[in-house]
Design a protein around this ligand. Structure first.
Ligand code: BGC
Length: 761
């Protein structure tokens, strides 16, 4: 007879409850352990493992079958992997690698990110992996932090919106998800002191609610099944045992209904470095009580929970409720009905590869152009310079290779078409098509350990090639040696002799196009001032070569915009645009006191000082006060202006969605698109708050010579603040909508509008 929980007519929560009721205490406890296949001791009783990560290919197929057959109640194991930008840790599976999350952030394209999620889920499911440890919805803050490339950028609204799109793409119908998504790492992980990974995150609950929790709100609304807790502590309490964070904020305030997984080895840090009083077994129990149901890669989980129930320390109902959340996910995934996974060797298709090319093209940002791009038809000889032009491993990006595992990288390079993915291969193919001669000189790159002599010889060879060329394309940046988990930097200049390389190339007098193959923004004032064009290519995935070739030759236009502010100097970090002002306006420290020409008079103020930015650092040039390239900045080949913008009404009632209309004109000869951005400023409120925040955006297509009119909505949540009592509220009063093409305040048009508590009679 079929067990009652195998009745597919019942909803997943009811089936989970029936199964949980039939389970023994050790079996319930086993559902709360996610083991690491790399360290999984074979021979353990199968009921001791509900979840397994880092297992792939033939091993996964075998373990899936064996563990299920040996489980008393035939409960399947759920397999997990970090697939942050495609099924990327899949060196032997032939999957599609998309640009890194930060690069995807630069697309500002919700549909595109959803599509990346959809492809990723499809390829994961085909390989038997149904739980993704992503997306990362941390917001970028101090750029020295090694994990900036894993974020969608610095703005909570952008990060939350794109995070939600990724979740929707990964999960599909949340009632029957293709894979489970995980929003991580709740929260504040990216704002640690000094940008040092897992150091203290000295954040107030105000900052958490205002900046770090909103992306989780988006994720919960998108139906995310799982959330990962961070390694760090909040207000002295590690996230993994932080009831206020996991129960009060995540479940009660945001309405999360899935399960929380700890980060790997997380409870162990409670006793080790965080030096709390207690044993690892106690923190396993406290984690579950606090709302962290699953422990990842922790030993002793089953023993600790069984002992806690036997001694009366833990109520079995708490254990059962936690296990039921995991079982519910397994039922929703259809794991109990699914056939055992089979090993596969190729999940990438021409269509998914094309999606990777399109994503890469949409993510690249034209930061500067002094006429060097697009390459002109009369360009006949190109010098291509830099080791990063021909480095598939770095191009693929962060969660591609098993934690800098060289064997995995070599496996990737064995894919039959791998040689065609690189910038070098694609630019060579394009040069051949257009009848150009391309000479490639590796010269030097970010990899440490190359002798000074070899690098100097490389630079000399690059200079010789440049002297013979019409244009020089230098691909420079960092590498996995300089970023990633536990790899924070003190300096954000180009590693190695790459700066010297650029200066030597500049001295040839040939037009210099700098392509930044960087995992995150660097401080590059020389590049900004001296290059004839600057393109940020990020870590662009397999489609990056083709995308870059299309963009440099002008066969596609740039639509990417930077989702993160670029610093001019590492000492000014954090330099995010949405700062909270204190005292002193910009001119106070000797900088230009730029007034904004179109700033409206504010009748509620004694002084009509337009709040621009905080005081600059006295030892940096005044015009670096906003960093080098502002959040939202990016150029294109089309000539599109904002000719008019107006609010559809001057006043709105609390809860309304304020609307505005914009008109764009393309005065150039080329069709194109522009990213219209709307920021909101609360003119006067009961507490301090960010000067302005992104509230809406739209990519608008405008044909050559044409005008386009569009309407944009300001979501009512964009008007909210955290009041002195910690509540999320909208305070009626005067607001400004700031409209333009980047966050740089001096380029924004100001549209005042009012929010009333109720309709005027
Ligand atoms: C990282 C997580 C990741 C986990 C599993 C941890 O070290 O912080 O982001 O999901 O490992 O690979």
């Amino acid at each position: 007879m079929l067990a009652p929980w195998m009745n597919t007519e019942l909803p997943a929560p009811a089936r989970a409850q029936l199964l949980a009721d039939a389970m023994t205490v050790p079996e319930l406890a086993g559902q709360l352990l996610a083991g690491d296949a790399n360290n999984w001791p074979t021979g353990l009783p199968p009921h001791e493992l509900g979840l397994l990560f880092n297992c792939k290919g033939a091993k996964l197929a075998r373990m899936a079958r064996e563990l299920r057959e040996r489980h008393r109640l035939r409960v399947p194991v759920l397999f997990a992997l970090d697939c942050a930008h495609g099924h990327a840790m899949s060196e032997n599976l032939g999957a599609t690698v998309f640009p890194t999350p930060l690069a995807l952030g630069a697309t500002f394209d919700i549909a595109l990110v959803r599509e990346v999620g959809r492809w990723t889920a499809q390829e994961m499911a085909a390989t038997g992996i149904r739980w993704n440890f992503g997306p990362n919805v941390d917001i970028a803050r101090d750029l020295r932090f090694g994990r900036i490339e894993e974020t969608f950028g610095e703005d909570p609204g952008l990060v939350g919106t794109l995070g939600a799109a990724m979740i929707e793409g990964l999960q599909g119908d949340p009632a029957h998800p293709t894979v489970l998504a995980t929003a991580k790492h709740i929260t504040g992980y990216s704002e640690s002191v000094g940008g040092r990974d897992s150091a203290e995150c000295a954040l107030s609950w105000r900052t958490l609610r205002r900046d770090h929790l909103p992306p989780y709100r988006h994720a919960v609304r998108a139906g995310v099944w799982s959330v990962m807790s961070g390694y760090h502590a909040i207000d002295g309490v590690p996230c993994v045992i932080n009831r206020k964070l996991l129960r009060d904020e995540l479940r009660s305030q945001l309405g999360f209904q899935g399960f929380v997984v700890s980060d790997a080895d997380n409870v162990q840090w409670c006793t080790l470095l965080q030096a709390l009083d207690g044993t690892s077994a106690e923190f396993i129990v406290r984690g579950i009580e606090a709302g962290n149901e699953v422990h990842l890669a922790v030993s002793g989980v089953v023993e600790a929970l069984v002992a806690a129930v036997n001694s009366g320390r833990m109520d079995v109902a708490t254990l059962r409720a936690a296990a039921a959340l995991v079982l519910q996910a397994k039922f929703a995934l259809g794991l109990f009905e699914a056939a055992a996974p089979e090993p596969v060797s190729q999940v990438r298709t021409p269509a998914s590869f094309q999606a990777a090319v399109d994503a890469a093209a949409a993510s690249m940002v034209l930061l500067e152009n002094r006429g060097a791009l697009p390459l002109q038809p009369q360009t006949r000889r190109i010098a291509l310079v830099g080791t990063l032009a021909d480095d598939v491993r770095q191009q693929l990006g962060c969660w591609t290779i098993l934690c800098r595992n060289d064997d995995a990288a070599l496996e990737l390079a064995k894919q039959p078409d791998a040689a065609s993915w690189t910038y070098r291969a694609a630019l060579q193919a394009q040069a051949d098509r257009t009848g150009c001669e391309l000479k490639y000189v590796p010269a030097c790159g970010p990899t440490p350990g190359v002798s000074a002599q070899d690098e100097e010889a490389g630079i000399a060879a690059a200079v010789a090639a440049a002297q013979d060329a019409d244009v020089v394309i230098a691909i420079v940046g960092d590498s996995d040696h300089w970023c990633g988990e536990g790899r924070d930097r003190a300096d954000l200049s180009l590693p190695g002799r790459q700066q010297a390389l650029l200066e030597a190339l500049k001295a040839t007098g040939k037009p210099l196009v700098v392509v930044l193959a960087v995992t995150k923004p660097h401080a590059l004032p020389w590049v900004q001032a001296n290059a004839d064009a600057v393109v940020c290519a990020w870590s662009s995935g397999m489609g990056g070569g083709r995308a870059l070739a299309d963009l440099l030759w002008g066969e596609r236009d740039f639509s990417g915009r930077t989702p993160i502010t670029w610093p001019a100097h590492v000492g000014q970090l954090p330099v995010n645009y949405d700062r909270v002002h204190g005292a002193h306006f910009e001119g106070f420290s000797g900088g230009p006191n730029q007034s904004v020409p179109n700033a409206p008079k504010d009748p509620s103020r004694d002084l009509n000082i337009w709040r621009i930015e905080n005081t600059r650092h006295i030892d940096l040039p005044a015009d670096w006060v906003h960093g080098l390239w502002a959040f939202g900045h990016g150029l294109s080949y089309a000539r599109i202006d904002l000719v008019a913008a107006e609010m559809l009404q001057a006043s709105w009632v609390l809860g309304d969605t304020p609307r505005m209309q914009v008109q764009l004109r393309n005065s150039g000869p080329r069709d194109g698109s522009a990213l219209v951005q709307v920021y909101v400023r609360d003119v006067a409120a009961s507490v301090t708050r960010p000067d302005r925040r992104l509230a809406a955006w739209a990519h608008l297509q405008v044909a050559a010579g044409a005008k386009v009119t569009a309407e944009l909505d300001i979501h009512p949540e964009a008007l909210e603040l955290i009041d002195a009592e910690g509540r999320r509220v909208t305070e009626p009063g005067l607001f400004h909508a700031l409209v333009g093409f980047s966050s740089q305040v001096s380029g924004l048009q100001v549209l005042p509008f009012e929010v009333l508590s109720k309709q005027r009679p």
